[in-house]
Design a protein around this ligand. Sequence first.
Ligand SMILES: [Zn+2]
Ligand SMILES: [Zn+2]
Length: 326
Amino acid sequence: MNTVPIIDHDPKPCKPAAGQPVPVPTRLTFWGVRGSIPTPGPTTVHYGGNTTCVEVRADGQIIILDAGTGLRLLGQQLIAEFDEQPLDLTLLLTHTHWDHIQGLPFFIPVYKPKSRLHILGYEGSRHGLEVVLAGQMENPFFPIALHEVPANVRIEELKEVNFSIGPVRAQACVANHPGICVGYRLFTSGGSIAFFPDNEPYSETSPPHGLPGDPTADAQARARSERQRLIEFLRGADVLIMDSQYDCEEYRRHAGWGHGCVKDVVSLAIEARVKRLFLFHHDPNHDDAKIRQMEAQARELVAASNSSLEVEAAREGVTFELPAAS
Ligand SMILES: [Zn+2]
Ligand SMILES: [Zn+2]
């Protein structure tokens, strides 16, 4: 079964001098790493079957990246950890595809009157963010409407790409994925984390959306410039969590679908001088053995490039710490 990490919310790694604040590391936890649809069952136990949800704790903030079915587990953890204390949470949404919002109706903190949840994202493809999120909880899909939940839920459509969550600076960047979809980069005191759960890296063989299979010079030039734009956005990130749904052979059959392959994602991360890459948004048809194989392939690509990039496949229940700023 999935392992739920024991999170010490207030770790004290060393004894500080009197009056000196205790440095707290930035911590990220994977609650859902799967793409498209949950995949419970014996063949996905190791990496997990819940859809996209990552928790970042940094600089006094609890920031949730996407609200896939992994959000349900995070809700249980938060209630177990904080009991009846009021929670103040921020949820950043990359887009409103089902696998990124479906956990919201099952997130226990929204049923606690003292909790506050600030949801930030960009406009849905055809409707406003609030309309889309409320829609999945309307009768006949769900028994409780979003406006009826007891918590203080505030939905805010972002208009700018630069914003802040408390002391954490955030940036958004448009992703190459059908509809409106972004990736985020969070700048915390422990380092920066980039999150692109759904994205197809641009390459000259996979031109941007709207130009499927178009090998013209214009499409290639646009692909080159879009790729460079993404490299600049990711430059020097301490952690990159990125859609690596396919292997090379699968990707050939799915080019233009808006998801990445291991080879393109590794090459992008190396070029952007990212320090650690988590392969993410695992394909629902991939069992644990296949994901292990893709992780091994990613490491071979890194070794062949003589790069120092650390790479691993994201796994549900795992916490990763970035060192506290001194
Ligand atoms: Zn997705
Ligand atoms: Zn999507």
